[in-house]
Ligand binder design. Structure first.
Ligand code: OVM
Length: 398
């Protein structure tokens, strides 16, 4: 079968802010299409995205999870030992990180994370109106996660700019990346310093990674790199995820009502939100060998852009109402956390944060009413909002 090409720019700011019409074009054009603008291949249907994510032998990560091919260009920072690595090296790092972020560790965070979620919900409901993004989706993770890692209080304002930079850096050298890079040097220095053993609080996730080095499971060079992974992948992702979830629920009052009726649906509501508006929209892989995808030939060493957010709305997988948010829908099988050996290792923490925030609000808020249109926050990889103003109608007898 011959190659299908499509003249779209997925990283143009109009498409980043409103990607869904472009997703539809990409999916309908074919199982794999060539984007001449960047000289890369793209997959936007669930079947092919899923198949590529679970075939790390043919679609590797070691040449970068962004547009830049680490065989051809110098990476903007030393590559992540997790995200931008392949087996067998990746396997060891994943084992160490998986142990540190295990379900049992994360169970230990529940009490403190819940107290913070309840206190914040009390404050915001008492206020009557607030901004879902700046007052909640940014504040909550920025308190509980750095505490869990064991960061000192000073300098935490560097975390969001660093995340914005890291996620913009998966895209092309456009205005967004240039802007993020402009003032990045002190931010990068602060982050690297925060990864060192002597500044991490005992008992935190960062200290646990250093203990893995003491036990000889990883090296003392690898320990700070894995702490860097926590700080790269653990902040913006949860900020966007909580913001997107509450934006979608405020725009769909029927869905809020379902959650209100049964707050134990919080975890399902979160999965459906991740499917409906995926915080991480795209990642790249690189072909390790010539490979046929649905009858189309891809050579070795080609970048492939995987549209996680489009796969999560593919009507071939989810049915004709794929564009509708429905917290009662079985959303499992979404690829918002990826799939296969690189699937998000921090999921237990992300899910805990979301569950506690959603439950705290569902118990206190009868109605979440948007008071203005949400403003989108442009990023080459992340889809989300910079502002989502709402009014809350409190439950009478909470
Ligand atoms: C990392 C990492 C992992 C996942 C996402 C990500 C910036 C980074 O290991 O540094 O985005």
């Amino acid at each position: 079968m011959s190659r299908i090409t499509l003249d779209v720019d997925p990283f143009d700011e109009t498409n980043l802010a409103a990607p869904y019409p472009m997703h539809c074009r990409l999916r309908d054009a074919g199982p794999v299409v060539f984007l001449p603008r960047y000289g890369v291949w793209a997959m936007a249907r669930h079947q092919e995205v899923y198949a590529s994510l679970t075939d790390h032998e043919s679609f590797c990560s070691g040449r970068g999870a962004g547009l830049s091919d680490f065989h051809k260009e110098k990476p903007w920072r030393p590559p992540s030992l997790l995200l931008e690595a392949d087996p067998p090296d990746h396997t060891v790092m994943r084992g160490a990180m998986g142990k540190v972020l295990s379900a049992s560790t994360v169970r230990g965070f529940r009490q403190t994370f819940k107290a913070e979620a309840d206190a914040l919900a009390d404050e915001l409901v008492a206020r009557g109106h607030f901004d879902v993004v700046t007052d909640l989706a940014e504040r909550y993770p920025l308190k509980v996660f750095p505490d869990a890692v064991g960061l000192l209080p000073d300098g935490r304002e560097n975390l969001l700019p660093y995340g914005a930079l890291a996620f913009n850096a998966f895209g092309p050298h456009n205005r967004l990346l240039e802007q993020a890079l402009a003032s990045a040097a002190p931010v990068q220095d602060w982050i690297w310093n925060a990864c060192q053993r002597d500044v991490l609080t005992p008992g935190g996730l960062g200290a646990s990674l250093w203990q893995a080095a003491d036990r000889g499971e990883i090296t003392t060079e690898q320990a700070p790199m894995l702490v860097r992974s926590l700080l790269s992948a653990g902040v913006d992702t949860t900020v966007y995820a909580i913001g997107n979830t509450l934006q979608a629920l405020s725009a769909n009052p029927g869905q809020w009502a379902k959650l209100r009726e049964k707050p134990s649906l919080a975890r399902f509501a979160f999965d459906e939100s991740l499917r409906y508006e995926s915080p991480v929209q795209t990642f790249f892989r690189t072909t390790t060998r010539p490979i046929d995808v649905a009858g189309v030939h891809l050579p070795e060493g080609e970048k492939v852009l995987l549209f996680l957010g489009a796969a999560n709305r593919d009507p071939r997988k989810w049915g004709e109402d794929a564009d509708r948010m429905d917290i009662a829908r079985p959303a499992s099988g979404h690829v918002a956390f990826g799939m296969g050996i690189h699937q998000c290792v921090g999921q237990p923490i992300a899910r805990l944060e979301a569950e506690l925030v959603l439950t705290a609000l569902a118990e206190r808020v009868e109605r979440l009413e948007p008071t203005a249109d949400p403003a989108s926050k442009p990023n080459n990889t992340l889809k989300g909002w910079s502002s989502v103003p709402v009014r809350v109608h409190p439950v009478r007898f909470h």
